[in-house]
Design a protein around this ligand. Structure first.
Ligand SMILES: *Cc1c(COP(=O)(O)O)cnc(C)c1O
Length: 522
């Protein structure tokens, strides 16, 4: 152990993992924290409320008979509870978050400031439209940026996430096919696709036909073309693909599907690698969702809701869902029902109750305006540069299946370098937590064995990347040298160790049941 005089790890950056039980059960400044229901006591409260004066009970016998069973805590106890829980969390604001495909980049505080302007933050979706002209203009301006950046003529703003956008796009394609009396149902999806792609196609009533990858990580364009036929409704391709590679034959594949009478759905979640450099419209895309929460840095994951606007080609634009936003001499106007449609519009329906994620629209436009066109292009280029730096710096110790490079915005490794070490991709990723890093994306894409997908994004400095590379290189060398203690059962230093994640997802315990208390919140 090499501690310097201040008791901090030495400049060499080493600290020891030691099992030293504490008396309190807490670890340093990180506290073990029970559920709030376990903390609460009867008769304690942080507020004084007057006795209620209900003059007349109008509940028709439905009135609660037992106490409600809310936990009783004082205000400082409540504050401590939530602060302690928040300290168990990892966030892009606390460290590098290399989760490939998820694009965890810095959320500029300017965006947050704009989103909190009262005129945007307090706007209500049922407000009269003449009182929200500024908000509608903002949506319209964002639509303009999205159509210019993608080279597509139309955009549907209401989808609330990438997957929701996929559904919107595929329902638009279904409506276009139905409008021409076409019963095509087969959708071609590469095996490297994000799981949401086949799920979306199936939910929208299509059948999914898988397209194999080529050995170089690209979609097998010949296999795709061979599968085309009069029953193919669409292809769903991701570009850059989930191996972090640009599909060189994308235009040919688009032309081939169009020739066969089908549509080209592009999963645009990776748009942050090419924004400002490539316009999907020029590649022949008919529909593509854009994850505002990835490319244009609105908080996501635990940090906020997503937003997945869908850009549409000329062929699909008439089928875009309601509401439609129009601008005429009377100002901006949301068209909400079929009685009021502009010429040629044939909306397939609607995706959600209101108009989309206003707060995310404000943040995304703030990001665009503060970067400008040249800045957006620079962000994409820097994201690609960061990923190539990672690939080039790690590929001699970690195995990179398509390591000849260059890659786009993410670097893909597989588990060949861990062969015969007894360490798995899961062990390796969990050991990163002890090093202060969120793990990379694991076991996705499925086309390589034990995948580790690293997306550093443009918001990391070279110093930050160097430190990360040093840690991963050393971990890989340790594993290969047979020094595997750090990987066994990792993480060792996190508030929780290995969880049964499958069980947590399949059989979540969502309701706390008091032990032996009569007021079970039934
Ligand atoms: C993130 C992502 C999606 C889904 O987006 P959500 O907003 O999480 O629904 C789809 N495809 C790819 C390639 C992605 O990275």
């Amino acid at each position: 152990m090499t501690l310097n005089t201040q008791g901090r790890p030495s400049a060499a950056g080493t600290a020891e993992i030691r099992e030293l039980p504490t008396i309190s059960g807490d670890r340093g400044l990180d506290h073990e924290e029970p559920l709030i229901f376990e903390l609460g006591r009867k008769g304690v409260t942080g507020v004084d409320l007057p006795e209620t004066q209900v003059s007349q009970d109008r509940l028709g016998g439905q009135k609660r008979k037992a106490p409600i069973g809310l936990p009783g805590l004082s205000e400082p106890e409540v504050i401590r509870h939530y602060v302690r829980l928040s300290r168990m969390n990892y966030a892009i604001d606390s460290g590098l978050y290399p989760l490939g495909s998820c694009t965890m980049k810095h959320n500029p505080r300017l965006n947050e400031k704009m989103a909190r302007l009262p005129g945007f933050a307090d706007v209500h979706p049922l407000q009269p439209q003449k009182t929200i002209q500024g908000a509608l203009e903002l949506i319209s301006e964002l639509m303009r940026w999205l159509t210019v950046l993608t080279g597509m003529p139309a955009v549907a703003m209401s989808p609330k996430a990438g997957a929701h956008g996929e559904l919107c796009g595929m329902l638009t394609i279904r409506a276009a096919l139905e409008a021409r009396g076409d019963r095509r149902k087969r959708v071609l999806v590469p095996s490297s696709a994000h799981g949401t792609n086949p799920a979306t196609a199936a939910m929208a009533g299509f059948t999914v036909d898988e397209v194999p990858p080529k050995g170089d990580g690209h979609v097998d364009d010949e296999a795709l073309k061979a599968k085309l036929g009069p029953d193919v409704a669409a292809i769903m391709l991701t570009n850059p693909n989930t191996c972090g590679l640009f599909e060189p034959h994308i235009k040919e594949m688009a032309d081939a599907v169009h020739k066969a009478g089908g549509y080209f759905y592009c999963d645009g979640a990776n748009f942050n690698a090419i924004a400002g450099r490539v316009r999907p419209g020029d590649l022949g895309v008919d529909a593509m969702h854009i994850n505002l929460h990835k490319t244009f840095s609105t908080p996501h994951g635990g940090g906020g809701p997503g937003a997945g606007p869908v850009v549409l080609s000329k062929a699909l634009a008439p089928f875009a869902p309601l509401p439609l936003l129009v601008h005429d001499e009377k100002g901006f106007r949301l068209i909400e029902d079929r009685g009021d449609l502009p010429e040629g519009a044939k909306p397939f329906g609607r995706m959600c109750a209101f108009h989309g994620q206003m707060g995310m629209f404000v943040r995304a436009l703030a990001y665009m305006l503060s970067h400008g066109a040249d800045g957006i292009r620079q962000a994409s280029e820097d994201a690609v540069l960061s990923a190539n730096y990672i690939l080039a710096s790690l590929k001699d110790v970690m195995s990179a299946p398509f390591g000849e490079g260059p890659c786009m915005h993410e670097a893909l490794f597989d588990d060949t370098f861990l062969e015969e070490t007894g360490v798995t991709t899961l062990d390796f990723a969990k050991a990163m937590i002890d090093e202060g890093y969120h793990p990379m994306t694991m076991y996705f894409p499925l086309v390589v064995h034990g995948a580790m997908l690293i997306e550093p994004t443009e918001s990391e400095s070279k110093e930050s990347l160097d430190r990360f590379i040093h840690v991963l290189r050393t971990m890989a060398e340790e594993a290969k040298a047979g020094r595997t203690a750090r990987f066994e059962g990792a993480p060792h230093l996190a508030p929780r160790r290995r969880l049964d994640e499958t069980r947590a997802a399949r059989a979540p315990v969502l309701r706390w049941k008091p032990k032996g208390l009569p007021h079970a919140a039934e």
